[in-house]
Ligand binder design. Structure first.
Ligand code: BGC
Length: 845
């Protein structure tokens, strides 16, 4: 897919135009459709057409394989470990590298007609269509192939990873000869890709690799130069056509079992043989195929994984999953998938009528977050979900700040699972805090197994804000669901241990008033590291401290038994919450009176500015072209930092401050991280830059669909897909939850419908009641779609008690403040001391 802005992501999409080639990807509101084969972006389309359920993910590889950027199959959390060797060691550096493993590939179904293999890249294809349907969750492909011998063959295949049965994948492959009879061979396989000798890639695959950047890129996964999966078991049953493989990883000791069942339906005569060895198991059908007689293969696959359970036992589990599936029949799986997704869309759909291209992209994004998270249970939500190996399959703050809002308001049980996963890491986080000489708990910046896996501490471990991000997501979840029981029983420990970390990490200083500071941390913006009083960190830490104090006080008041249990679990003293509240009250929030803005950190304004306006596109993203030290020296942002704080803690800032901060930071934000555009869109909308908000939204909406960052091949940018929901619901839809730290939570709506949009409809579930919000140019409609309890909402200051069966229509006089264009580049302005902030591009020439 084309990235019209050039080699790197631009500051913001130059226009709101649709960037897709619609002759290849026609508009369809419910499907992503591709109408012709293109070998130049195999990796991208593999990610875009991946199917997954948050546990298991199959990339969109062609089942014939060979033409592939990465023949990937991923299971959330299934990883190998390796010792991180730092060239220069230091105390407390991350030691255990963790990398997601490519588990045995169940997608392979090869077809031979009169001994000629079907290989999509070289085949004479009369017809081609590939489609991912968001309503039934099925990826389908239809080919009409003219074989080298001149026979026309119709090949229809489908692939589905059930949302209800998370261990399962269902694949079908149907071949029909259109003209004359022929001998067919279908070889259905399970292949260990992780350890396979690298096959000679096809020219298309090689191109795709080069297009995706090839060489060193911190965003890719580490490669292993040794065996990762130790074969423990293989088998193939000639009676039942059941094949199996079992492995244990060399270092992490994790185990995986995979079993595939086959059913062939045809009235043509055929024979079947099976074969298995360490890294391959297959079933081969030889069919004397008659024209017009379909040959239909159904392949059902089950995966089970574990920390230590022997592969033999996992294979038993797989067999039970498959036996049950066989008894129930495949039709049931399709029906269940459809029902699951019907329910999902009724909870989560966001509608933009009259804009089918946007509608399609919106649904693709929402479907992608769903595929990354729905059945993650017991694991985190990786930066690429289960769609690719980028970032090694690691979990970051992406989950809490970008994905959790979507889950909390549309699929609260999945949000709860994600929080429970963090809770399960608390022991490690306590240990890690001790390692960093702190009290409380410090969650790892990036991890799979709970240990810090970031080898680069400056942009990794130093991002202490992960603690506050988790606390924020927990608070948001409890506020939205009312799940106080989860809070009281376990999750409150997260508040306590994170608050302790902040209280201990920060320190007091006696100035004109006593202030509390946090030094030596990195905020979300990774282009400035290890700073004092990063605004985002301090603002979120303040929230964390207050929210924790409130949670403890309320527990003490309302549930003394739970409070006692908390004290026993954590050794909490009565004074601690008071200390937290005091630290929060005195938190230092950098503010420059002269410029009227919040500096990103205590020394931010002392730096000169990177001349972003004149930096050539081939030097973007900066992280791939400049040493970190060069970047760190300047005022230049990888991603929203202050601006993100303005959104998450909006109630703490005035409208004037928000505008001033947005104006200052927006032009110096590169957007080199896909986590940026969505948040810039939200805040541009709030402060009044309507057209700019829409452009940021379009950038984000097509991050993957148009491969804007040139690395969609490594997997979907899940944070951005979640952020797309936030941009729609919070940005244009104007939805906010505020006040949870102080105990006066309120759901507010102050919309910003983009010009030219006829309406925007979204849904949020509040304490079990699903509310539908429709924004139109001159009115706002609120209705309870599901549930029996009334919901209080505050629309532009007016409180509405929304009751079931009684929709409310409110007039809207405007769509918020309106500012034209975009804020000017701020270089050349004066600092408070009279010096000028100059704009520079470091070249060394
Ligand atoms: C961003 C981080 C993010 C990570 C994983 C990086 O490029 O700067 O904020 O957590 O990607 O998505």
């Amino acid at each position: 897919m084309n990235a019209p802005e050039g080699p790197g992501p631009s500051h913001v999409a130059p226009s709101v135009a649709d960037p897709l080639d619609r002759t290849r990807f026609p508009v369809d509101e419910w499907r992503l459709v591709e109408t012709r084969f293109d070998g130049s972006d195999l990796g991208t389309t593999e990610s875009l057409f991946s199917v997954g359920n948050g546990y298991l993910g199959l990339r969109g590889n062609y089942s014939e394989s060979r033409d592939a950027y990465q023949d990937g199959t991923f299971i959330n959390g299934f990883h190998e470990t390796w010792p991180i060797s730092h060239a220069e060691e230091a105390y407390g550096f991350a030691r255990i590298g963790q990398t997601i493993v490519n588990v045995p590939d169940p997608k392979v179904i090869r077809l031979y007609v009169d001994d000629e293999p079907l290989q999509v890249s070289v085949a004479d294809l009369i017809e081609y269509e590939r489609a991912l349907d968001f309503r039934d969750g099925v990826l389908s492909r239809e080919l009409l192939w003219r074989t080298p011998g001149g026979k026309r063959v119709s090949v229809r295949s489908t692939r589905m990873v059930p949302l209800e049965q998370r261990h399962l994948a269902v694949l079908t492959f149907e071949v029909t000869l259109l003209d004359q009879h022929a001998s067919l061979a279908i070889s259905s396989q399970l292949v260990n890709r992780q350890d396979e000798e690298v096959e000679q890639p096809t020219p298309e695959a090689e191109l795709a690799g080069a297009a995706a950047g090839g060489g060193a890129d911190p965003r890719k996964a580490e490669a292993f130069d040794r065996r990762v999966l130790l074969p423990r078991l293989h088998g193939a049953d000639p009676e039942t056509a059941r094949i199996k493989l079992g492995y244990r990883t060399v270092q992490s000791g994790m185990t995986v079992g995979v079993v595939a069942d086959h059913a062939l339906e045809t009235t043509s005569s055929y024979s079947m043989s099976v074969h298995s060895e360490d890294d391959l198991a297959k079933v081969i059908y030889r069919i004397a195929a008659e024209p017009g007689v379909p040959v239909r293969l159904t392949k059902t696959v089950a995966f089970h994984t574990a920390q230590t359970v022997p592969p033999r036992e996992l294979i038993d589990r797989c067999e039970r999953t498959l036996d049950r599936t066989r008894e129930e029949g495949i039709a049931r799986q399709y029906a269940a998938q459809r029902a699951w997704l019907d329910d999902f869309w009724s909870r989560a759909d966001v509608e933009v009528p009259g804009q089918p291209a946007l509608q399609q992209a919106i649904r693709w994004n929402l479907f992608a977050v769903l595929q990354a998270s729905a059945r993650a249970e017991g694991q985190g939500i990786a930066a690429k979900g289960v769609s690719g190996s980028g970032y090694g399959g690691h979990y970051f703050w992406d989950t809490e700040i970008y994905v959790m809002p979507f889950l909390t308001y549309t699929m609260p049980w999945a949000a709860r699972n994600a929080l429970r996963f963090r809770y399960s890491l608390l022991g490690n986080a306590r240990h890690r805090a001790r390692e960093l000489s702190q009290k409380g708990a410090l969650f790892p910046w990036r991890t799979i197994n709970g240990h810090e896996a970031s080898a680069y501490y400056a942009a990794g471990t130093a991002q202490y804000h992960i603690d506050a991000d988790i606390a924020y997501a927990l608070s948001q979840y409890v506020g939205a669901t009312g799940d106080e029981e989860f809070l009281a029983r376990e999750a409150v420990d997260i508040f306590v241990e994170t608050a302790r970390l902040w209280a201990d990490l920060g320190f007091w200083r006696d100035e004109s008033r006593r202030t509390f500071h946090i030094h030596g941390v990195t905020g979300p913006d990774e282009y400035t590291t290890v700073v004092n009083d990063n605004l985002y960190t301090n603002v979120l830490a303040r929230f964390n401290l207050r929210r924790a104090a409130r949670a403890v006080w309320e527990l003490q008041r309302d549930d003394p038994d739970a409070y006692e249990a908390l004290v026993r679990r954590t050794g909490l003293s009565v004074e601690e919450p008071d200390e937290w509240a005091e630290a929060a009250q005195a938190m230092s929030i950098p503010f420059d009176e002269f410029l009227g803005i919040h500096p990103q950190d205590a020394h931010f304004l002392e730096r000169e500015m990177w001349d972003l306006e004149n930096t050539p596109l081939e030097k973007r993203p900066l992280l791939l072209h400049y040493h970190p030290l060069v970047i760190y020296r300047f005022q230049v942002l990888k991603q929203a930092d202050v601006v993100l704080a303005l959104y998450l803690q909006g109630e703490e800032f005035t409208a004037e401050q928000k505008k001033a901060d947005f104006d200052y930071y927006d032009p110096i934000t590169t957007g080199d991280s896909t986590l940026s555009a969505v948040m810039q869109s939200v805040m541009a909308a709030e402060v009044g830059y309507h057209e700019l908000a829409l452009r940021y939204f379009m950038s984000a909406l097509f991050v993957d669909l148009a491969d804007r960052h040139n690395n969609t091949a490594d997997g979907v940018h899940v944070a951005s897909t979640g952020g797309v929901w936030s941009a729609l619901v919070s940005g244009f839809g104007g939805f906010r939850d505020i006040g949870s730290a102080a105990g006066d939570q309120q759901w507010q709506i102050d919309p910003r419908l983009p010009d030219g949009w006829e309406s925007l409809t979204y849904r949020v579930t509040l304490h079990g009641t699903r509310v539908r919000v429709t924004v139109r140019p001159t009115e706002l409609e609120l209705a309870v779609e599901h549930g029996t309890d009334p919901v209080p909402l505050c629309v532009r200051g007016e409180v509405v008690k929304l009751a079931p069966g009684a929709p409310v229509v409110l007039p809207l006089e405007h769509q918020g403040p309106r500012l034209e264009g975009e804020p000017p580049y701020p270089a050349g302005i004066q600092r408070a001391d009279g010096t000028v902030i100059s704009a520079i591009i470091p070249t060394g020439d």
